[in-house]
Design a protein around this ligand. Structure first.
Ligand code: SF4
Ligand code: MG
Length: 337
């Protein structure tokens, strides 16, 4: 396929003491240059695992990956670690939730931000330090000339988060994966960071995968949305389509009170009743059936607990309800009670 990032029939399995964890099952999606894909779902839905697999950051000893991941024509699945290493921090970069996973306590902030720039861009020490100062300024660190020589422990939590974002952006990556990058930041800094990501995207045409629980951020950042449940994609479409007329009962539960009703998009996704499915023994049929209040409404002859609903290409949801039912039940969901 000609997509910038193409993921096809991805399966990720881990061996654990208790058995094989099927973390991701049969996942396919595309991300184009200059666009942002928002991935939503509860923890354990496979969002983070998918992204670690793209970056080749999974543990090869305990992880089995099948399917195909292609970035800009280059196959990442099965690529040697050396190839992946030369892509990471350069062509593709990741912003983690927790800055301490990315920052070492032993080196100055400036050295760590400058390191990928030296390694991938062949910059000198001096150039890398200048670039680090520039990046610290871009992410809104005051006195970057002075702070560049600080160690991570001299930074506040919010500043470390911004330093890590600076490090991810230092080589203007073509693919940026951001896993809940702004959750820990206050609203003003969060807005700054999101603007920075948008600028980067405009300037360099980067593709962004954005994992978040924050509906406001999704509505603001994502062009497309993919909803994941139990290691599978259960709904996808443009952000407008998914936020305005979601089709999957799980998405209805996630979105809860819809932004368009309250006018307030700065709300968290609502926790839904029941527990996420076991990935050791995934449910048969529709993975959502144990929690779904609509499973008795599907057309006769179809069984939610036995027949796995398929996710169509493009806009759609993996659910046995008819198109009409999806519309009617959603409207019933959002009626003021
Ligand atoms: Fe619910 Fe059945 Fe649709 Fe799954 S396929 S979401 S169980 S109605
Ligand atoms: Mg996660």
């Amino acid at each position: 396929s000609g997509s910038f990032l193409s993921v096809r029939d991805l399966h990720v399995r881990f061996s654990t003491e208790d058995g094989i964890v099927k973390a991701v099952s049969g996942l396919s999606f595309d991300v184009e240059r200059g666009t942002t894909l928002g991935i939503v779902g509860e923890s354990g839905s496979g969002k983070s695992v998918t992204n670690l697999a793209i970056l080749g950051l999974h543990n090869p000893a305990s992880t089995e990956i099948t399917g195909e991941i292609v970035l800009d024509g280059q196959k990442l699945t099965g690529a040697p670690e050396k190839t992946l290493e030369s892509l990471r921090g350069n062509k593709m970069a990741m912003i983690f939730q927790d800055p301490l996973t990315a920052l070492s306590p032993y080196y100055t902030i400036g050295r760590q931000i400058g390191e990928p720039y030296r390694k991938h861009m062949g910059a000198s020490k001096r150039e890398a330090r200048e670039r680090a100062i520039e990046m610290l300024a871009k992410v809104g660190i005051p006195n970057p000339q002075r702070r560049v020589d600080d160690y991570p422990h001299q930074f506040s939590g919010g500043m470390r988060q911004r330093a890590m974002i600076a490090m991810a952006l230092v080589c203007n990556p073509d693919l940026l994966i951001a896993d809940e990058p702004t959750t820990a930041l206050d609203v003003t800094v969060q807005a700054q960071i999101l603007d920075l990501l948008k600028d980067l995207q405009q300037e360099f045409g980067s593709a962004i995968i954005f994992i978040t629980h924050d509906l406001g951020v999704i509505a603001n950042m994502a062009d497309d949305i993919m909803v994941m449940y139990g290691g599978r994609a259960v709904e996808r479409g443009t952000a407008k389509e998914v936020l305005r007329a979601p089709q999957h009962p799980y998405t209805w539960g996630l979105l809860g009170s819809m932004p368009r009703l309250t006018g307030d998009v700065n709300q968290e996704l609502r926790p839904i009743e029941g527990t996420p499915p076991s990935l050791l023994n995934p449910p048969s049929g529709c993975p959502f059936h144990p929690r779904c209040e609509f499973k008795d409404k599907v057309p006769s002859g179809v069984s939610c607990s036995q027949d796995r609903p398929l996710l169509p290409e493009g806009r759609g949801a993996a659910c046995h309800l008819t198109a009409e039912q999806k519309q009617t039940y959603f409207i019933e969901q959002i009626k003021p009670r």
